[in-house]
Design a protein around this ligand. Structure first.
Ligand SMILES: *Cc1c(COP(=O)(O)O)cnc(C)c1O
Length: 235
C-alpha cells in the first residue's frame, strides 16, 4: 500500500477506536480528508483507498482539482473562510460549506445554488476560543444565525463547526468541543433540525469525538506536511 493509503487506514483506526471508547458505535464520526495544498494525484490515491469526502479551503485551487477529478464520484466540502465575491463557484460545485459566519454569505449561497442540485449543506462556524480565533460567530449568536440560515431556500442547515485554538491539553480541547456540542443541543431544543458537529483535526480528533463530533476534518495526518500556508494561498 502507498503512504496515503497507510495513513488513511491509521486515521480510520484512530476514529473507530475513539468511537468505541465514547460508546458511540462504529462510524460515529465521518472522515473528511482535507486536501488543500495537495495535488489531485494525492486525492486520487486517497479515493483508490476508499475515501470519498474531501475538504478544500481555497476557491481557485479547489476548482482546478474538481476539474481534474471530474471522473470520480467525490463529495466536496468547502471549509475555508468565504469572501462574498467567491460564493458562486462554491454554491455551484460543493456539497457542503462548513464556515458560515455571516447571514449575507449564506444568502448569496442560497441565491446562487443551482436549482437542479440538491440543497447545499451548511454549518455555522462558531468561535469557541474567544479572542484567540478571528473566525466564527460568538457562541451567543450561533443559534440565531443557524435559525436564519435554516430559513433560506436551497440551503440545508446541518449544524455547527469550530476550529479551536491549538493546545496540547486534552482537558482544554474537550472543553472547547463541549461548548459546541452544547450549542447543538440548545439549537435542537429550540426546534432546529440539526445533526452535525464538524469538529476535530489531525491533532485533536479524539477529544472531538469524545465530545460528540459527527465529522472530523483531517489533513496533515493523511497527506503529510502542507506545502504552503493559508497566507501564501491567499496572496
Ligand atoms: C486545514 C484545515 C483542517 C485540517 O487540519 P490538519 O491539522 O491538517 O488536520 C481542518 N479544518 C479546517 C477548517 C482547515 O482549514
Amino acid at each position: 500500500m502507498g503512504a496515503i493509503a497507510d495513513a488513511l487506514q491509521a486515521c480510520r483506526e484512530r476514529i473507530e477506536s475513539t468511537c468505541a471508547e465514547a460508546g458511540r458505535g462504529t462510524g460515529c464520526a465521518r472522515l473528511i480528508a482535507v486536501s488543500k495544498t495537495f495535488p489531485a494525484a494525492d486525492i486520487r490515491a486517497a479515493h483508490a483507498a476508499g475515501q470519498t469526502a474531501f475538504g478544500e479551503s481555497y476557491v481557485q485551487e479547489a476548482q482546478e482539482k474538481l476539474d481534474a477529478l471530474a471522473d470520480l464520484a467525490l463529495e466536496w466540502h468547502f471549509i475555508g473562510p468565504i469572501q462574498s465575491n467567491k460564493t458562486r463557484p462554491i454554491a455551484s460545485r460543493f456539497d457542503w460549506v462548513h464556515g458560515i459566519e455571516r447571514e449575507k454569505i449564506a444568502r448569496r449561497l442560497a441565491e446562487q445554488r443551482p436549482p437542479e442540485l440538491p440543497p447545499l449543506n451548511v454549518c455555522v462556524q462558531v468561535n469557541v476560543s474567544g479572542e484567540a480565533s478571528k473566525h466564527g460567530v460568538a457562541p451567543e449568536q450561533a443559534v440565531a444565525l443557524a435559525r436564519a440560515v435554516a430559513a433560506l431556500p436551497r440551503l440545508r442547515a446541518r449544524g455547527f463547526m469550530a476550529i479551536p485554538e491549538a493546545t496540547g491539553d486534552p482537558a482544554r480541547q474537550r472543553a472547547r468541543f463541549r461548548l459546541l456540542a452544547e450549542l447543538l443541543a440548545e439549537a435542537r431544543r429550540a426546534g432546529l433540525d440539526l445533526d452535525t458537529l464538524s469538529m476535530g483535526m489531525s491533532d485533536d480528533l479524539e477529544a472531538a469525538i469524545l465530545e460528540g463530533a459527527t465529522m472530523v476534518r483531517v489533513g496533515g495526518a493523511i497527506f503529510g506536511a502542507r506545502r504552503y500556508t493559508t497566507k501564501e494561498a491567499e496572496t
